[in-house]
Design a protein. Structure first.
Ligand SMILES: [Zn+2]
Length: 135
């Protein structure tokens, strides 16, 4: 019965790696993602860790038609700027959506998906993607 244990160990690690943790300034309340040591709004160093909801909306997007090597499997794929509910704006891949259906202000939520590791091309891709919420 070694299997359930392996799964839970994997899952714990997985969630830790891909949870959306930002930082909140204790002075002015600004929320940053990725987390920062110093607030870029007021310069305060008093920051606390905050768990972000993973919900947001699309404010801009593009269809990547020539991904770097190693990402061919996904091509073409939509890459979007997403404004999180808490304020920070992040760049992430959209999934489970027809590129034709993407609109400004479209609501999305974070999902964790299998994704290629970082490679020497230096592209910044997080270990999560966003998709329209299941209604
Ligand atoms: Zn601040």
């Amino acid at each position: 019965m070694g299997k359930p244990m392996q799964v839970s160990r994997f899952w714990r690690h997985f969630k830790e790696k891909y949870r959306l943790v930002g930082s909140k300034c204790k002075k002015c309340g600004k929320i940053h993602f990725p987390p920062r040591q110093v607030c870029d709004e007021c310069g305060s160093r008093e920051m606390e860790e905050i768990q972000l909801s993973g919900r947001g909306k699309v404010i801009s997007w593009t269809i990547v038609r020539n991904p770097p090597s190693g990402f061919e499997y996904y091509k073409p794929y939509p890459l979007a700027l997403i404004e999180l509910e808490e304020g920070p704006i992040i760049l992430a891949q959209l999934t489970d959506v027809d590129p034709e259906e993407i609109t400004f202000g479209m609501e999305v939520e974070m999902v964790t998906r299998k994704i290629r590791e970082f490679n020497e091309d230096g592209i910044i891709l997080y270990g999560y993607k966003f998709r329209p919420p299941i209604k």
